[in-house]
Design a protein around this ligand. Structure first.
Ligand code: GLY
Length: 386
């Protein structure tokens, strides 16, 4: 659902502060201050959870069913963990509560995006058992989408005329919740399914050059891939930027939770692919697809950069040989994002220039909530390393 609001610009000097010298902590201070202003002007509404902006500047929102519903509350939780500000905590609690009912929705694979980003973060920060129980229930729901013959969790149910059992690279991001569910319950089923899903994705989504397809569709009779295609990328054979970042992040988590070297190798190769691509701009903020036809006149995707930065700051823990490289790369990303070019003063967004879907013609070169979520996660991880 789209809900029109007047553009809400926060105009005090405090918020117009980005400069090239902002440290990671000052980026967190600025983000916390911005968010304190924003929560007073975004009405609390379960049907209007912030997501992005229309081209005319009106706010795009939706109810808890949208795949992005967990990111705004998750950003609030993370900023609360940094600032310890009670108003931000109250907003985090209120927006998070709207999403709980999604824990029973078995028509989507996006349960990790929705519930781990919100309830999972809430539990990690507060240790409130009620939040943990929501993550466990959501995990029980999600594993109903697992096909043991294919070895994957089904992504989408729509477009059934074309796809039989589509699995998108984004689905790697739902595994962390399953690994956590085993940690919380002692039931290894979740861990086993997450591990097998990652093995299957490693086998079938990746190309010889270490880029990945967006969508792999499996035959429900033979259990083999029948189509390798895209939905949000430039072409079936292109490297959709956020997809590369989802893969890097997902395989880093999978290695961290399993110790399986196949996953570490995949994460390292994904990082190499992204960093060494000739179309990665000097400021390290990717275009929306590495093979977009009109580079450099193509929209950027800041969300691909923030997912990458957060993933690299986790990968540092497992791949010590490349620590200096990962750190300098993430610092380049975070320094770029600290500049006026990328900083947003439009409520409730922290960053500009993300791209949802060029083929779908929505959220192109706009602020988007998930870019902010991974931005704050990256800043917190970077801050913890110092
Ligand atoms: N998971 C959908 C996207 O990355 O746009």
């Amino acid at each position: 659902m789209r809900f029109l609001l007047v553009i809400l610009c926060v105009t005090t000097a405090l918020y117009c502060c980005a400069d090239n010298d902002m440290t990671n902590r000052s980026q967190l201070d600025v983000a916390s201050e911005k968010m304190l202003g924003y929560i007073n002007v975004i009405p609390l509404d379960s049907t209007a959870i912030p997501r992005s902006l229309e081209e005319d500047g009106s706010l795009i929102t939706g109810n808890s069913r949208q795949w992005t519903s967990g990111f705004f509350p998750g950003t609030l939780w993370q900023l609360y963990s940094y600032s310890q500000n009670d108003s931000i905590k109250k907003a985090a609690e209120d927006w998070t509560a709207f999403i709980e009912k999604e824990k029973y929705d078995d028509h989507t694979h996006d349960l990790g995006f929705k519930l781990n980003s919100s309830f999972g973060k809430a539990y990690a920060i507060t240790e409130n058992e009620a939040y943990k129980n929501v993550v466990i229930t959501a995990s029980k729901t999600l594993i109903n989408r697992y096909n043991e013959n294919i070895g994957s969790i089904r992504s989408w149910d729509w477009n059934a005329d074309v796809w039989q059992f589509p699995v998108i690279i984004d689905n790697m991001m739902n595994l962390e919740m399953l690994f956590d569910a085993t940690r919380f319950t002692g039931d290894s089923t979740f861990h086993h399914i997450a591990t097998q899903h990652a093995l299957t994705t490693n086998e079938h989504h990746y190309r010889a050059d270490n880029s990945c397809f967006h969508v792999v569709d499996f035959d429900t009779t033979t259990f083999e891939p029948r189509l390798k295609t895209t939905h949000q990328g430039y072409s079936d054979e292109s490297a959709w930027s956020r997809g590369q970042a989802w893969g890097l992040y997902g395989f880093t988590v999978a290695y961290g939770r399993t110790g399986n070297d196949i996953f570490l190798d995949r994460a390292k190769k994904s990082a190499q692919y992204i960093y060494n691509h000739p179309n990665l701009p000097e400021d390290k903020i990717p275009y929306w697809d590495f093979n977009a036809p009109n580079i450099p006149d193509e929209p950027r995707d800041v969300s691909a950069a923030t997912v990458t930065a957060s993933a690299l700051l986790e990968l540092i823990r497992y791949d010590q040989e490349n620590t200096d490289w990962y750190l300098s790369w993430t610092d380049q990303i975070l320094e770029s994002l600290a500049t006026d070019k990328y900083q947003s003063n439009i409520a409730p967004f922290l960053l500009l220039h993300s791209t949802g879907s060029v083929p779908g013609e929505f959220e192109v070169d706009q602020p988007i909530v998930y870019a902010d979520y991974y931005y704050i996660e990256a800043l917190l991880r970077r801050d913890a390393i110092k």
